[in-house]
Design a protein around this ligand. Structure first.
Ligand SMILES: CN1CCCC[C@@H]1Cn1ccc2ccc(-c3n[nH]c(N)c3C#N)cc21
Length: 234
């Protein structure tokens, strides 16, 4: 299966980065195809205007619905299709999680709608919900200037789960937040040299005793999780 990823943004250059690293490899081997679009290509005035003042007053500007609607018509089409997943990154969205990444890694088409300014006219989201499967997702409880960085983060989390993307799929199963894994943070990692600036790799990891190593790693994960993410231990 090839996953098609579309990105609608006034800064489509953000997505040039998808041509490099592992994701670039996924594009080369046909696992994903990436299309970035400039929302301003669907404006018709000299200034290629995409924003206007908020109805009801308030600070900042709101993204006009017209360019979004015309871009949807051109990029996705005018017929409803629930197999198309449209993602609106937004601070008011549902927290994006590994399980959401897992679910999205099985779909064939994802369209990211990257807002800017104060956000997108809500009727755009309401319209999209009549046509496609819509996800309003948040990366976390902090404020970004737009949806592009979130779209990149969600893309990486999703694409790495596509069968055939990772050389060693077993490694995915052991990661934090993977299905079946207890919700534990990953234990501390070490590699050679064994001694570095007066600090040594924990002896147990050099013992070759797999049982003791597994026990040490689990204990470290439990301690770390209890300390940093008590919410995961509920
Ligand atoms: C600053 N400015 C006025 C306050 C409201 C947000 C706005 C900026 N902005 C516009 C579109 C847009 C999309 C996502 C996000 C975003 N922020 N934090 C997250 N976890 C995000 C996600 N995912 C921010 C966005």
């Amino acid at each position: 299966m090839t996953m098609r990823l579309d990105y609608l943004s006034i800064f489509p250059g953000y997505f040039d980065v998808l041509d490099i690293s592992l994701l670039g490899k996924a594009v080369d081997n046909g696992l994903v195809e990436v299309h970035a679009h400039d929302l301003r290509d669907w404006t018709h005035d000299r200034h290629r205007t995409v924003d206007d003042t908020p109805c009801g007053g308030g600070a900042g500007m709101v993204m006009k619905p017209d360019p979004w609607g015309e871009a949807f018509d051109g990029i996705i089409g005018i017929e409803p299709d629930p197999s198309v997943h449209v993602i609106f990154p937004t601070p008011s969205g549902i927290p994006f999680t590994q399980s959401a990444a897992q679910e999205l890694s099985t779909v064939e088409r994802v369209v990211f709608c990257c807002g800017r300014y104060e956000g997108i006219d809500h009727r755009v989201i309401d319209y999209a919900r009549t046509m496609w499967t819509v996800h309003e997702l948040s990366l976390g409880d902090y404020v970004l200037n737009g949806g592009e960085v979130a779209a990149l983060a969600i893309t990486e989390a999703v694409v790495r789960l596509i069968p055939g993307f990772m050389g060693n799929p077993e490694s995915l199963a052991e990661e934090s937040f993977s299905p079946g894994q207890e919700r534990l943070l990953e234990y501390p990692l070490f590699t050679r040299p064994v001694s570095w600036r007066g600090m040594d790799v924990p002896e147990v990891l050099m013992s070759g005793h797999h049982g003791r190593i597994a026990e040490w790693r689990r204990e470290e994960s439990l301690l770390l999780t209890r300390d940093r993410r008590p919410d995961l231990t509920d």
